[in-house]
Design a protein around this ligand. Structure first.
Ligand SMILES: C[S@@+](CC[C@H](N)C(=O)[O-])C[C@H]1O[C@@H](n2cnc3c(N)ncnc32)[C@H](O)[C@@H]1O
Length: 248
């Protein structure tokens, strides 16, 4: 099992520290997008966390199941109204199997990058493909690696500077590695939380999808289907399992 970077201390502050991601202006288009793909079927969330997306999606009448390795994050989900309608399996979403089939699986908020090796990311696509109905879709929302903003020879870039939060990304460009260091003021104390990631270009994710028998269906700059361009800092990508794959 990979290391759990979302333990009790992170889970206790997750919703508050990600408050802007809970805004209706962010969540409504996310849920609209996923509900449309789910149709009459069920949805699988990899890294369900505290239920930021799963709960409003479930309120749309869609059956949602989640996988997460953090007991602490899932405990926060379980304490919220409506969580009783959502099944959760504790495990690594790169390998954990759920005994069900889904019309949509999704992995949002940069969480593909929590898998810190190429092998794990490839395994994740293969695991998702095994859970999808023919014609089902896998959706990833993640950042485009910000290497254009890293001056030659530098390895560290600030991404947050405020009186209560300093954030620095430390790049290892040889290994596509990234460690995000968060210095936050909590109850008058300075706390450090460092989180490792592996960044991947959209084209590499497309190749992982192909290895898993999926094909790119759509790529957007955001959940509102803004075009994906050379200036896009994020992408929302949809890969599809061919409708007749099981019959081939
Ligand atoms: C950034 S949070 C996102 C939570 C939720 N999807 C959201 O959008 O608010 C990442 C979540 O993924 C989980 N996670 C990270 N790596 C994982 C893995 N390999 N297997 C299962 N869960 C994982 C963490 O425990 C955490 O709950």
């Amino acid at each position: 099992m990979p290391e759990d970077h979302f333990g009790e201390r992170v889970a206790a502050r997750y919703d508050e520290s990600s408050a802007e991601m809970f805004e209706p202006s962010v969540l409504d288009p996310t849920v609209d997008f996923l509900a449309e793909l789910a149709g009459q079927g069920a949805a699988l969330e990899l890294g369900i966390g505290t239920g930021r997306v799963a709960l409003p999606l479930s309120r749309r009448g869609i059956r949602v199941h989640g996988i997460d390795l953090s007991d602490a994050m899932v405990a926060r989900l379980r304490a919220k109204p409506g969580a009783e309608r959502i099944g959760v399996t504790i495990g690594d979403f790169a390998t954990t199997r759920v005994d069900d089939r889904f019309t949509v699986a999704y992995l949002v908020f940069n969480t593909i990058m929590n898998l810190t090796s190429q092998d794990e990311q490839v395994a994740c696509f293969q695991n998702v493909a095994a859970h999808l109905e023919p014609g089902g879709c896998f959706v990833i929302e993640t950042g485009v690696p910000a290497l254009q903003r890293l001056p030659p020879g530098e390895t560290v870039r600030a991404f947050a500077v405020s009186p209560t939060h300093l954030g620095f990304d430390e790049f290892d460009v040889v290994n596509q590695g990234l460690i995000s260091h968060h210095y936050t003021v909590e109850d008058g104390h300075l706390e450090l939380h460092s989180l490792p990631f592996r960044y991947a270009w959209p084209a590499e994710l497309d190749l992982m999808a192909r290895l898993a028998g999926l094909r790119l269906r759509e790529r957007w700059g955001d959940w509102r289907r803004e075009p994906f361009t050379s200036d896009s800092e994020n992408h929302v990508s949809v890969w599809e399992k061919p409708p007749n794959r099981d019959k081939a």
